[in-house]
Design a protein around this ligand. Structure first.
Ligand SMILES: C[S@@+](CC[C@H](N)C(=O)[O-])C[C@H]1O[C@@H](n2cnc3c(N)ncnc32)[C@H](O)[C@@H]1O
Length: 359
C-alpha cells in the first residue's frame, strides 16, 4: 500500500496511479485513446461507469485517475478482465498458484470434444481442458479471474488475426511458419508457442497491473439494458460495438466464454450488429440514462448511425451535446485496406439530472 502511494504521481491537481495496463489485445479497444477520452472528464467527477468494458482500457485508466470505477460487459471473459484489473485491489498469482494451474496430465474435456481441429490442435485443446479444471481449484475469485484472463491472452495470441471466427484450414495455413514467412516475411512463431509459455511470459505484467486506488470498484456481467436503472455514477462511458464495422464480439470471443463455462453458448442479443435494430437500441440506451450526470459516447465516422443521426436521437433527452473529433485508425489485422477514420467523443450533460439535484 505504502509502496503504491509512493509510486503515485500528481498530474494537474489529480492523483494518477502509474501502474501499467498489461497487454490485453482487444478488438476495438480504446487503449491509445484512453488519455484523450479521460482528460475530458469534468473536474468534479468521483465515479465512472464503463458500461461496455471490453478489454477494460477505460475502466483501468479511470481507476488510475482515482475514480470509483464500475464496469460491465456481457461477455464473461471481459467480466474476468475487469474483475482482475479494476475491482481487484490486491490479489495476485504466486508461484504456488502457477504450479496448481499447470499440474497434471492433459485431458479430453469440452475443448477437445468440440474444438479439436476447429480452432486448436487436439493436444492444445487437452492442455486447455486441464488448465480450466485446475484454475477452479485456486483459492479466490480474484486469482481465478487473473488466471482466466491470462489464458485468454494466450489463446488470442495463438490465433491468427486474434479472433475466433476463422476456419480451420485458414488457421492451419497461417500457423504454418514457412508459409507465413514466404507470404508475409514474418514467421509469427508465437502462434505455435504453448499456452503455458504465453501465460508465464505475461503473468508478471498482469500481477504488476493490480493496485488499490482506495475505492470500492465493482464489476458486472450483464446486458447493459438490465443495469441502467439500478446503478448510478457521475459519468457513464458508452463504447458499444460500432454498427456497420467488424463488430461481432460473440463471434470474436464467444469461444473463450464457452471454454470458461464448458458448454456451447448462444450469441447474445442487443449486440448493435444489425443496422435495422441499431437506431432503436441507441434510442433505448439514451432514454434510460437518468441516473448519470454526464454521458460520454465513443463512435466514428465510418459507422451507422451517422453523427447527425446520433445527435437527433440524443437531443430528445438533452440539449447540451458536444462532439469532439480526432483522426484515428483502428488496427485491424487481416484486412488489406485501411480506411481513414475520425473518432468521435460525444459529451452530453444530462440537464434533467441537474434539475433533479437542484430541486
Ligand atoms: C467496442 S467494445 C468495447 C471496447 C472497450 N472500451 C476497450 O477499450 O477495450 C464493445 C463491447 O460491448 C460489449 N457488448 C455488446 N453488447 C452489449 C450489451 N448489450 N451489454 C453489455 N455489453 C455489450 C461487447 O462484448 C464488447 O466487449
Amino acid at each position: 500500500m505504502i509502496k503504491n502511494m509512493i509510486k503515485n504521481m500528481i498530474k494537474k491537481d489529480k492523483i494518477i496511479f502509474d501502474n501499467k495496463y498489461p497487454k490485453v489485445n482487444y478488438i476495438g479497444n480504446k487503449e491509445k485513446l484512453a488519455n484523450w477520452i479521460c482528460d475530458y472528464f469534468p473536474k468534479n467527477t468521483n465515479s465512472v461507469f464503463d458500461a461496455f468494458s471490453g478489454g477494460s482500457s477505460i475502466g483501468y485508466e479511470s481507476k488510475k485517475r482515482g475514480y470509483k470505477t464500475i464496469s460491465n460487459d456481457i461477455l464473461k471473459i471481459n467480466y474476468y478482465l475487469a474483475q482482475s484489473l479494476v475491482e481487484n485491489n490486491k490479489e495476485t498469482l504466486n508461484e504456488k498458484d502457477i504450479d496448481i494451474i499447470f499440474n497434471g496430465k492433459p485431458l479430453k474435456g469440452f475443448m477437445y470434444r468440440n474444438y479439436s481441429e476447429v480452432f486448436f490442435f487436439p493436444e492444445e485443446c487437452m492442455d486447455l481442458d486441464l488448465y480450466r479444471k485446475n484454475i477452479n481449484k485456486l483459492s479466490s475469485e480474484y486469482k481465478k479471474s487473473i488466471a482466466f484472463t491470462l489464458i485468454r491472452r494466450a489463446m488470442v495470441r495463438k490465433m491468427p488475426y486474434s479472433r475466433f471466427n476463422l476456419n480451420w484450414e485458414k488457421i492451419k495455413q497461417l500457423r504454418d511458419e514457412e508459409y507465413s514467412y514466404a507470404k508475409y516475411k514474418r514467421k509469427r512463431a508465437y502462434h505455435n508457442e504453448s499456452i503455458k509459455s504465453h501465460f508465464i511470459k505475461n503473468f508478471k505484467d498482469y500481477n504488476n497491473a493490480v493496485f488499490n486506488n482506495g475505492k470500492n470498484n465493482k464489476v458486472y456481467n450483464d446486458d447493459i439494458f438490465n443495469l441502467l436503472n439500478t446503478l448510478s455514477a457521475d459519468i457513464i462511458y458508452l463504447d458499444p460495438p460500432y454498427t456497420g464495422t467488424m463488430n461481432n464480439y460473440f463471434g470474436f470471443y464467444g469461444l473463450v466464454d464457452e471454454y470458461i463455462h464448458s458448454k456451447k453458448l448462444k450469441p447474445f442479443e442487443n449486440n448493435f450488429i444489425d443496422k435495422k435494430s441499431s437506431l432503436a437500441l441507441f434510442d433505448k440506451l439514451f432514454s434510460n440514462l437518468q441516473n448519470f450526470k454526464y454521458w460520454f459516447l465513443s463512435y466514428n465516422n465510418n459507422s451507422y448511425p451517422s453523427k447527425d443521426e446520433l445527435i437527433n436521437i440524443i437531443s430528445q433527452y438533452s440539449n447540451d451535446i458536444q462532439v469532439i473529433e480526432k483522426p484515428y485508425n483502428y488496427k485491424v489485422t487481416g484486412k488489406a485496406k485501411k480506411t481513414k477514420n475520425t473518432e468521435y467523443l460525444f459529451i452530453i450533460n444530462n440537464d434533467k439530472f441537474k434539475e433533479c439535484v437542484n430541486e
